[in-house]
Design a protein around this ligand. Structure first.
Ligand code: EPU
Length: 345
């Protein structure tokens, strides 16, 4: 065989091996989903499942409907060694435009009901946070009314310690239910570190639900405070737009608002492809049009960070999660921002 023929032969062999590896993995995943009684979907895209409405194809999407199913399915995935990630409402995620070859476990259908018992409420990860806030107010339970307008799931709020208008979810958590080795484990809220938009939960930990301990108050007063927070949000943040909330954290401990500072840098309305710095709140990047790409939002975000660094000497930290198809967030050509820069030079 000539060396060219040998190389071609090797390539065919490796393709065959890859095809059979993929088939084996697919068969394994079908079996995992079947055993746990969990719906598995192919051919979905992050563009359908995230609020920014951008992002590439998802190899496998698992959609459990109960906490038990969710715990069992990730336990089984761990045994197979196949990588997985959890997606809630997708309201704080920017996933890159490439094909993501890991399993996405959606908690959207792990909803159940909010179970009220005195000052406590137990709720599953996929339950809508705004709905929980409304139900708590109706029950005369205070502590989360500031969070009423955050368009995510309870699981997502727990994961990142969501907060607004003086309330953070971590302040009222009694226990969190976490999936460990296929089982549901209760972790006391006091054992979790609840920082600013960050917790001590780790990648690979699936949050299944929680029990919150709230305080009795007059339902009308709670509703009033919730309405006030809603009005403030309505007046100062974009609504109905395709966004992921604030894109960057505020500089820690500074009392400064990143949004205000980006605004003062004159960047409202700045565009990269289908991504725009919101004219309403400058810490929101919104996407527009059918052709918007995750790489547009990322390019715009990196441009903001670059100018922020130059003008304020501060490194902005992402508040949204960046999901790369193979770990690192890249554009469709497979380049990171830095590699992209080198190409342009
Ligand atoms: N401001 C401007 N221009 C802007 C944006 C804000 O001048 O483009 C001014 C406002 O007028 C106000 C000040 O900056 O005087 C602070 O603005 P805001 O009340 O919106 O607060 P923020 O610090 O920008 C934080 C959270 C929001 C949360 C609000 C209300 C972060 C990164 N952001 O925003 O959370 O809703 O407080 O509590 O912590 C999110 O987590 O996704 C999010 C949006």
């Amino acid at each position: 065989m000539t060396s060219t023929a040998a190389a071609a032969h090797m390539e065919v062999m490796s393709e065959e091996r890859n095809t059979s590896d993929v088939q084996k993995r697919d068969a394994q995943l079908e079996e995992v989903a079947r055993r746990a009684g969990v719906r598995a979907e192919r051919g979905r895209r992050f563009a359908e499942l995230t609020s920014l409405r951008v992002g590439g194809a998802i190899d496998w999407l698992f959609v459990p409907e109960t906490e038990e199913q969710a715990a069992a399915v990730v336990g089984a995935l761990e045994e197979t060694g196949i990588a997985w990630r959890v997606l809630g409402a997708g309201s704080n995620v920017l996933a890159d435009d490439r094909e993501h070859r890991y399993v996405v476990v959606s908690t959207r259908e792990v909803k159940g009901k909010a179970e009220f018992d005195g000052e406590r409420v137990s709720v599953s990860a996929g339950f809508s946070l705004p709905r929980l806030c409304v139900e708590a107010a109706r029950q005369g339970l205070s502590g989360i009314e500031g969070l009423g307008g955050i368009p995510g799931t309870v699981g997502g709020a727990l994961w990142m310690n969501a907060g607004a208008y003086g309330h953070e979810i971590g302040q009222v958590v009694e226990t969190v239910r976490v999936a460990r080795e296929g089982k549901i484990v209760e972790v006391p809220g006091g054992e979790v570190k609840w920082d600013y938009r960050h917790t001590s939960f780790k990648e690979g930990e699936l949050l299944l639900g929680c029990t919150l301990r709230l305080k009795r108050d007059d339902p009308e007063k709670i509703k009033g405070r919730m309405e006030e927070a809603k009005q403030k949000r309505f007046a100062t943040q974009p609504h109905g737009a395709r966004s992921a909330g604030c894109f960057f954290k505020n500089p820690p401990g500074s009392g400064l608002s990143t949004g205000k500072m980006i605004d003062e840098m004159g960047m409202k309305g700045e565009k990269r492809g289908g991504a725009v710095v919101s004219p309403v709140h400058a810490n929101f990047i919104v996407t527009e049009g059918e052709d918007a790409r995750a790489s547009d939002a990322y390019a715009l975000a990196e441009e903001i960070r670059e100018r922020f660094r130059r003008e304020h000497g501060v490194e902005l930290e992402y508040e949204v999660e960046l999901w790369g198809a193979d770990g690192e967030f890249k554009d469709e050509g497979g380049r990171t921002k830095d590699e992209g820069d080198t190409d342009e030079k």
